[in-house]
Design a protein around this ligand. Sequence first.
Ligand code: AHG
Ligand code: MN
Ligand code: MN
Length: 331
Amino acid sequence: MTRVTLTRYLIEQQRAHNNIPAELRLLIEVVARACKSIGHHVSKGALGGVLGSAETENIQGEIQKKLDVISNEIMLEANEWGGHLAALASEEMEDVHPIPNRYPRGEYLLLLDPLDGSSNIDVNVSIGTIFSVLKCPEGMEPNEAAFLQPGVRQVAAGYAIYGPQTMLVLTFGFGVQAFTLDRETFSWVLTQEQMRIPPDTQEFAINMSNQRHWEAPVQRYVTELLAGRTGPRGKDFNMRWIASMVADVHRILTRGGIFMYPRDAREPDKPGKLRLMYEANPMALIVEEAGGAATNGQQRILEIPPEKLHQRVAVFLGSKNEVERVTQYHG
Ligand code: AHG
Ligand code: MN
Ligand code: MN
């Protein structure tokens, strides 16, 4: 069997369908290389001195882990000089980071969750990196306003997962492909083409400890799932919650399921925990491209007009029929 590397996949796609321009290919290759480097640091654990907290706070008011900071730096360093980007934005940086003047500027904008699932770093559970790519609107400075485009405008999105296997999952808006890191050649090898999420599922993912804070539609939906075979749904449901969005989404892409992080009453001014621009949007594009659905309970996540870089959003994503049901319950 011929092994298709990431480079070969990107070049052959462009040749056959003219849908991955050279600059975008370069960008994705740089991001993918940076993910290998992050994965390398992750795997060193205590031996690399990468565990524990950095004792600094990010813009979200969260204490940064050492790996949050390291991963952000790896991404910055890898992407600054290549000439493919106009600017970057990240969970770990308050403001947009324009490409410094000493380097050529490209036309793309890159949004990052450099390290997703920070609470799992020190306990050796799967974590990841999420990214989203937009085009800088013509004639616009690459400032915050340039980034505030709805998710439907993403030209690419993906994530790396650092788990038992290190994988890269990618979409350019024509299906979802997965690559596995070959640790002998240190290259990404195509291992799954056109991933599909089954429309029905018997598995859900939500942090149940927040139940008392949920709004009525989510209370109703989850109560019905928990009622199982003798309840209104007439079947039993299983539950998983990894607390790394990347790992929960990866499971759903692989065998179906619904993932929920609803808005709740803990911080009533915040519409949920997850961030629209670098968590919800890229995952929504991937999930939709695999035949699933993604909403905030009211509308498609990909159609939400962003107002702020670090804006939060409620998230319901995964198997289509379940996402549609919980969205209907929101009226
Ligand atoms: P991050 O580590 O980038 O801040 O993201 C963590 C997110 C997401 O990955 C996960 O689904 C969720 O937080 C878990 O939240 P709880 O700890 O509230 O369950
Ligand atoms: Mn995250
Ligand atoms: Mn993060």
